[in-house]
Ligand binder design. Structure first.
Ligand code: F6P
Ligand code: MN
Length: 313
């Protein structure tokens, strides 16, 4: 039984997608056993960016590296690795990944995920990733939640698959996801309110004023702390997500990483009919300059993301 129905996968990319699916299914099984296996949330060190690494971050990184190597991938860039890894000389693709997103939720049985972005490899390792986000040939996330889901795009819409526990394979659930144009929910870590810029504060205050304010409608608030979970909710029922730059030291360009968090999510969101910007400029028109660079990230329902850009003047 193939790990994913090959019908909607471009044939050149099929080995890479199969490796991502097989590895994702393996990671899902490890997560499902939780404390019955090893201590997945135990701190084991720091990554290149100074973030604490948990056991599952490292384990997922090792599994995806091995899976991508077996699929003939040339370069692998990971949140957990300071430098790009050269896997298979002559391989056609370069894959960037956040192998385990939302690691603060590992220990509390809340959705976590894997995010990936695929480019055609160039000669050089770094140049394969430091290029316009619009050059991605595929992007996706695997959400390890009540269901294990795969959202996937090749630039012709965003497909949704569910890992069927009865067969061990990802089965198509939605041919083309559609992100609603209008939103009833917004997401931002509001504990940072005192550090926000004026446009971000204005947008949140507009939402909080609800039906009595200029917006004329009530907005609900949600913050999971897992980008994958937040993105999946917004792709499904609309909403907005903001991780803007703020005045804290180290947050001058926000928190999320351009290459393996922001760019792939932007690709998925736009392919579902939503918008993704850095507040003003579409993410897909931007080029990463450093492997682990951060970008302010705003995405979701078209009308709201346009309003946020307008508030930025
Ligand atoms: O990978 C970074 C991440 O864990 C995202 O999944 C999430 O959106 C964000 O950080 C949460 O950040 P904070 O802890 O500042 O709310
Ligand atoms: Mn992450």
């Amino acid at each position: 039984m193939p790990v994913i129905d090959p019908a909607r996968i471009p044939s050149d990319l099929l080995p890479v997608v199969e490796a991502l699916c097989a590895t994702g299914a393996e990671v899902a099984r490890i997560i499902a056993r939780g404390p019955l296996g090893q201590a997945l949330g135990a701190g084991v060190g720091e990554n290149s960016d100074g973030d604490q690494q948990k056991a599952l971050d490292v384990l997922a990184d090792e599994k995806f590296e091995a899976g991508l190597r077996s699929a003939g991938v040339r370069f692998y860039a990971s949140e957990e690795q300071e430098e790009v890894l050269s896997l298979v000389p002559g391989g056609k693709y370069a894959v960037a990944a956040d192998p385990l997103d939302g690691s603060s939720n590992i220990d509390v049985n809340v959705t976590i995920g894997t995010i990936f972005s695929v480019f055609e490899a160039k000669e050089g390792a770094d140049e394969s990733f430091l290029r316009p986000a619009s050059e991605q040939v595929a992007a996706g996330y695997i959400a390890y939640g009540p269901q294990c889901l795969l959202a996937l795009t090749f630039g012709e819409g965003t497909q949704l698959y569910v890992l069927d526990p009865e067969t061990g394979a990802f089965a198509l659930a939605e041919e083309k996801m559609t992100l609603p144009e209008a939103a009833k929910e917004f997401s931002i870590n509001s504990s940072n309110r005192r550090h926000w810029t004026a446009p971000v504060l204005a947008y949140v205050e507009e939402n909080e004023a609800g039906a009595e304010g200029a917006k004329g409608k009530n907005m609900n608030f949600r913050w999971v702390g897992s980008l994958v979970a937040e993105t999946h909710r917004i792709l499904t029922r609309g909403g907005t997500f903001l991780y803007p730059s703020d005045a804290r030291a180290g947050y001058e360009t926000g928190r999320l990483r351009m290459v393996y968090e922001v760019a792939p999510m932007a690709f998925l969101v736009e392919q579902a009919g939503g918008l993704a910007t850095d507040g003003v400029t579409p993410i897909l028109s931007l080029t990463a300059e450093k492997l682990h660079e951060r970008r302010p990230f705003v995405f979701g329902s078209r009308q709201e993301v346009e309003r946020i850009a307008e508030l930025h003047g």
